[in-house]
Design a binder for this molecule. Sequence first.
Ligand code: OGA
Ligand code: MN
Length: 207
Amino acid sequence: MSEYPSPEQLSSIVDDLAEQGWSLQPDFLTQALTLELAEECRKRAAQGTLLPASIGRGQRQAVQEGIRGDRIQWLEPGQSHACDQYLAKLESLRQAINQGLYLGLEDYESHFALYPPGAFYKKHVDRFRDDDRRAVSVVLYLNQQWQAEQGGELRLHLPDGQVCDVQPQAGVLVIFLSAGMPHEVLPAQRERLSLTGWFRRRGSSSL
Ligand code: OGA
Ligand code: MN
């Protein structure tokens, strides 16, 4: 069986990040693992463990469906075979990025996200006002046979002023430097599943 992510995929991500600040990989994981992760996300949703996502941190933290309408659950190691495999793949990506770009990424935090039909996430940057540890954002989509007319695109506002829309098709991985990339999630006509996460650096602020 070939290796996922392959050494070629890892180096193409590192090159893309260096050259343009973002990368899109159509088949980051095997289809089997992507399917298992989608099933796990659905199972968690059915069990009621995905909860309305909030924005901000500390005293500013609040659920605001007018800004983001997804439901999430954070991943912990040891919860399932599929999640542990995913975390192991992301660990190899973290090491490849550190070797290629010297970003000093220390760890990875990630959550399942489910956007019910009609839900969206308004344009934002993946950084908190009082915490600059998030350095690289990663989104893996889990939706089999997504159709263009179903909406739900990730809209990236690229540093050169262009806009790039990505359909949340199963197996697609989007990765970008968190600080320089405003982005938004457009409303979809069907449930939209993903695993979203951040490679973090050591904090420079003590807040
Ligand atoms: C986020 C986010 C993008 C997506 O959770 O911060 O921007 O496509 N998600 O789900
Ligand atoms: Mn975001």
